[in-house]
Design a protein around this ligand. Structure first.
Ligand SMILES: Cc1cc2nc3c(=O)[nH]c(=O)nc-3n(C[C@H](O)[C@H](O)[C@H](O)COP(=O)(O)OP(=O)(O)OC[C@H]3O[C@@H](n4cnc5c(N)ncnc54)[C@H](O)[C@@H]3O)c2cc1C
Length: 432
């Protein structure tokens, strides 16, 4: 297994320790060079938040057991290396679902807690951390139970704690009931950015999930066009295929296949595949929540230099103006990606100290690495800063220490609770 982040940037050689059992952790760390490390899940973070400063990660993916499933009260206790997809495969047929899922089912429970991930329903259920009842943390040779009632400070620091407080070995997660694994969807094309905001407001009232694709390269009258996808868990099953077909991106091309020409063509094509008028439909949960997981190794399409994601969240009062400015800068730069996502975040507070979402709008876009990126990111950072927004550590590989410390003033509380043996490349960069 090659240990790298999803964006394959920065390129930092990492050695892995691979426990299959919790009892192996102490001996492995004692035998390891200087004992300094970082917990690692499945490397679905885009930048350096999952890469160790010391070059040594402890991969928790082998801790992949179900400990308990309570079908009456609706919770699971699992080891932290299980992926969310592995949990869903067991619980959905039993009529349960995870209350919050990100856009990949290949994140582990430890990683989902470490970044306190959010989904398409932040306005209803908040972040993943809002549904963690208890967790068990291996820290400085001890196993500590943490919850709102026991070791609460450490519990709050570990949710969104970027792996810095210890190794999460187990967690107890609240579930939500569903009738089946299908989603009732509405696909609604829009022509201008302002429409995204009114659609989100309209659909958020009666739909659990909402997200929009936005065309980040079009100019003129087409600038700001996109497609809004609303969804609710279906009450009645219909005969649709629940399995996701699996393709594979077989190799890494020397240069990125994403460039201004391919992007323009792709966006035009995608826009025209969507219905001109709002359309109701039915999808399996796999294709609705995790469309990208249908292509294994899709990150290879950005070539050997890898790519970076820019994800920011802007407070509601400033979001419309800031998003318009950002889209203008991005389309003028000629860079960008097919994968450009707008989401509204709600007011549900996370217990996590360093949780990313705030009440407002989040924009996420992938960019192939290249010479021009630094200048564009500086411009986007200026807009984010001026609008009182912040960047998402899970996706970041460029944030300055000053921007991080300004946007996450609680960072010093996390630093005080950091396990001294643990540090990421990200943390060294932003806490200097
Ligand atoms: C296609 C795609 C779509 C995505 N969509 C979303 C989205 O919609 N919303 C969102 O919020 N994120 C999203 N992400 C990001 C992803 O969900 C997060 O980066 C997640 O944290 C990755 O989990 P992982 O198991 O791969 O953890 P890693 O990336 O390996 O690690 C993430 C962090 O958690 C820590 N960590 C991992 N395991 C443990 C453990 N056992 N104990 C303590 N700390 C640990 C690590 O030190 C690191 O700081 C997406 C990623 C991809 C590739």
């Amino acid at each position: 297994m090659k240990i790298e982040s999803w964006g394959r940037y920065p390129k930092l050689p990492q050695k892995g320790l691979f426990p299959d059992w919790q009892q192996q952790i102490a001996a492995m760390l004692n035998a390891a060079s200087d004992g300094r490390f970082l917990p690692f899940g499945n490397g679905r973070s885009y930048g350096d938040v999952c890469l160790a400063e010391s070059g040594q990660v402890l991969v928790s993916r082998g801790l992949d057991r179900f400990i308990k499933l309570d079908r009456e009260q609706g919770f699971v206790r699992v080891e932290a290396g299980l992926t969310l997809g592995e949990i869903l495969a067991v619980i959905v047929p039993l009529g349960w679902f995870l209350p919050v899922v990100p856009g990949t089912r290949l994140a582990t429970v430890g990683g989902a807690i470490g970044n306190d991930v959010h989904g398409k329903n932040h306005h209803v259920r908040g972040t993943f951390g809002c549904h963690v009842r208890r967790l068990w943390l291996w820290r400085e040779g001890q196993l500590l139970e943490c919850s709102p009632a026991v070791n609460n400070e450490l519990f709050r620091a570990t949710i969104g704690g970027l792996g810095l407080t210890g190794i999460i070995v187990e967690a107890e997660l609240a579930l939500m009931p569903v009738q089946n694994g299908q989603i009732d969807t509405v696909t609604h094309r829009f022509d201008r950015l302002e429409e995204f905001f009114s659609l989100a407001q309209q659909y958020d009232v009666s739909y659990e999930y909402g997200v929009a694709w936005i065309d980040c390269v079009s100019r003129g009258s087409q600038r700001g066009r996109g497609v809004y996808f609303a969804g609710n868990h279906a009450r009645y099953r219909s005969e649709i295929d629940i399995q996701q077909r699996q393709l594979n991106f077989p190799l890494t091309p020397p240069v990125s296949l994403v460039n201004s020409l391919s992007l323009k063509a792709f966006n035009e094509f995608y826009w025209h595949t969507k219905p001109a008028h709002p359309k109701a439909g039915r999808a399996s949960y796999l294709s609705y929540f995790f469309p990208l997981d249908g292509i294994l190794h899709w990150n290879r399409m950005y070539g050997r230099a890898g790519f970076q994601q820019y994800q920011c969240v802007i407070p509601l009062a400033n979001s419309e103006a800031a998003m318009a400015e950002m889209l203008e800068s991005i389309s003028a730069s000629g860079s960008g990606s097919f994968l450009a996502v707008l989401k509204q975040c709600g007011e549900v507070e996370s217990p996590g100290l360093l949780s990313f979402p705030l009440h407002g709008t989040s924009l996420a876009l992938d960019f192939p690495n290249g010479r021009k990126l630094g200048r564009l990111f500086q411009r986007l950072d200026d807009i984010t800063r001026a609008a009182d927004g912040r960047l998402y550590p899970a996706k970041d590989a460029h944030m300055t220490a000053a921007d991080f410390q300004q946007a996450y003033p609680q960072w010093q509380q996390l630093e005080a609770l950091r396990d001294p043996a643990i540090c990421s490349h990200f943390w060294r960069r932003v806490s200097a």
